[in-house]
Write a protein that binds this ligand. Sequence first.
Ligand SMILES: [Fe+2]
Length: 421
Amino acid sequence: MRHIKPADVATGMFVHGFVGSWFDHPFWRKKFLLEDDDDVLKIRQSKVEAVIVDDERGIMPRPRVEIRDVAEPMPARRLATQPNPMATRYTPPSSAPKNTGFKQEARRAAKIVEKSKKQVGAMFEAARMGQAIKVKDVAPLIDEIRESVERNNKALTNLVRLKSKDEYTYMHSVAVCALMINMARKLDLDEATIRNMGMAGLLHDLGKMAVPQMILDKTGRLTEEEFSAIRTHPERGHALIGDNPEIPDMARDVCLHHHEKIDGTGYPFGLAGDEISMAARMGAICDVYDAVTSNRPYKDPWTPCTALGRMGQWKGHFDERLMGVFINSMGLYPAGGLVRLNDHRLALVVDNCPEELMAIRVLPFYCTSRLQEIKPDELIVAPDKGPQILGIERPDFWHFDDWSAMRQSVLAKAQGLSAAA
Ligand SMILES: [Fe+2]
């Protein structure tokens, strides 16, 4: 057995355990053969102190490069790259094998969305009338949503971002259901838990049925009384679920606590840190992501990249590790983040490409083979066409110590170049 750093794990190693809190490692099981680059990424992004590997059941860890006194020291950045043999082997979530392409799944997802509008609408209306929720009516829908997410994790989640005013609450519930399932799959949760997460996503805003529609639809500034009415919806939803034995406790928990924040400034109870369950923390992330990326009468939606970039910067709102899992589960890249391309370049993520849904605008600005900056020049990264994104990189790994200033400098140079052209 050996203890190694999370950064040094590689496929083919046999993981015997983790050193650190269970919450800091991204797997429910502890002993397994690392076969998937995605799992390697999960471990490298986790906060575990060390990984215990069994070198009799898997490959040996590579010897670490010793830094010796040499006549001509290597540049600091080259030394920094050496303990990271996996860096160029990352497989980003977006390029992981999928059973179905985006366009093909989008057609099937459209049918699921149409069916969802009717079923979820009927379920919410029944709750409004005081009738018990019939789980058997919506359980097959949760399975269909799950299967769609498994075939392609972007088709359904992209489709449900488009919502009309009348269907917002229903479609938001379907969206959060799909996002929770997608995130739960990334966390390797078991089948029953994934299904419960889906149910929790579907029911999290049930209490909105008890808030007057005119307040929910209001486009102008809300009064203090109207804000107070909206803030009752977690407890109202919890009461509507009641003691219905068909509803899992996880759904009650997420319904009641999805507006709590890690720093204790959320509602209705101001819970903080570990007082908020993992499911409720996941619900909070999925809920906000869908809200800010959806069409609303009173605001323009953020693009997915912008939403991830901004949400990742909010201090005290979300669980940071779960936010990382969420970004990973979406197979997207946060605007303002650093990524590595498969042509030996590092690039700044600018945003989604408005003309092409699945494409991302980046600014390559650093050559990893020459270890020097290059003129930033906009590149549209589209699936299966031209250079591809290998994965997210940590700016400090590349000694970009003031990443915020560097980002500004890259943007200014790019704008200067385009103005001069
Ligand atoms: Fe809510």
